[in-house]
Design a binder for this molecule. Structure first.
Ligand SMILES: [Zn+2]
Length: 299
């Protein structure tokens, strides 16, 4: 399992991983089972309160074949200057929001979400930029996978995320189609909280270049059940505006900007609300998901 793929989301993911260790997870593994915890795999983003890495790359869009043409995202290209504006006064931020809301009214919420979030490879200072080479975190995950997956016949992989969905509710997100063995297996392990991005039933759009898809590729000829466990925080508009403001701060506002601390605090709150009730709910669900995965692997 992995945490902190999206830097600032590491507060929740790290807490879940350390909680599982304190809870005695390692002692409950069978003699023929191995647990691998990849902790804070995007350390720059976690340390600097960014969702992306040191190169402004969304690690969870970086697992594409960089020798091939990148997945196109013409809808993002059209909206790029509105999604990631260079000026971000109070007036600019409202103007951006109004233009995106108009776009949503015309094209629909799912289309706008897909355009913004599914990944883009043409705007290095934009949001959800997938990068132009394998990042350090990507290479690190691959080397960990090489070291640990070769001996495994069956693999379960859960990557912890926050920021999408209803407050405190966890969703198992799988990129495989609903008819695929991987999805059917995930559904039998995790039940109705399991959703496919291919069926437009998930809180997530169908994404390019994700870790979860890459893990399956890294372990060919093995049974791989890979998923994201995504926990809802705030509603989509405040989460998006927190990311938009922080992206502007990083590229244009600067560390000395008087709004720096306020913008960083808003980003942290958007991905880690921190209320005790939210923490209790996500811990209980994460623990259950991991127990279900262990039971599934033992079948
Ligand atoms: Zn995430």
């Amino acid at each position: 399992m992995a945490s902190g793929t999206h830097g600032v989301e590491g507060f929740a993911g790290s807490a879940i991983q350390t909680g599982l260790l304190r809870d005695g997870l390692a002692a409950r593994l069978d003699a023929n089972q191995r647990g691998v915890m990849i902790h804070a795999v995007n350390p720059y983003g976690f340390a600097h309160l960014r969702r992306v890495n040191e190169d402004n790359v969304d690690l969870n869009r970086n697992f594409v074949d960089h020798s091939q043409p990148y997945p196109p995202n013409p809808e993002y290209n059209k909206l790029a200057h509105i999604i990631a504006p260079e000026n971000y006064s109070a007036l600019d931020s409202i103007a951006s929001l109004i233009r995106l809301l108009v776009h949503r009214a015309v094209r629909g919420e799912a289309a706008l979400q897909a355009a913004i979030t599914r990944g883009q490879y043409a705007h290095p200072q934009g949001l959800f930029f997938g990068g132009h080479c394998e990042t350090w975190s990507n290479r690190t995950i691959r080397s960990i996978a090489r070291a640990h997956l070769s001996a495994a016949a069956r693999v379960a992989f859960v990557d912890f995320h926050t920021g999408l969905g209803r407050y405190g509710e966890g969703e198992i997100i799988v990129s495989a189609a609903k008819a695929s063995p991987a999805f059917v297996r995930a559904l039998s392990w995790w039940g109705e909280r399991t959703k496919s991005t291919k069926a437009q039933e998930s809180v997530s759009a169908d994404l390019a270049g994700t870790i979860e898809l890459a893990i399956a590729d890294m372990a060919p000829h093995r049974e791989v059940t890979a998923a994201f466990l995504e926990f809802g925080t705030l509603s989509p508009i405040p989460v998006f505006r927190a990311m938009q403001a922080e992206n502007w701060l990083h590229h244009h506002g600067g560390a000395a900007n008087p709004r720096h601390d306020c913008i960083k605090a808003a980003l942290r709150r958007a991905f880690y609300p921190g209320a005790d009730g939210w923490k209790t709910r996500i811990w209980a669900q994460a623990r259950e998901v991991v127990e279900q995965a262990l039971a599934g692997l033992s079948e």
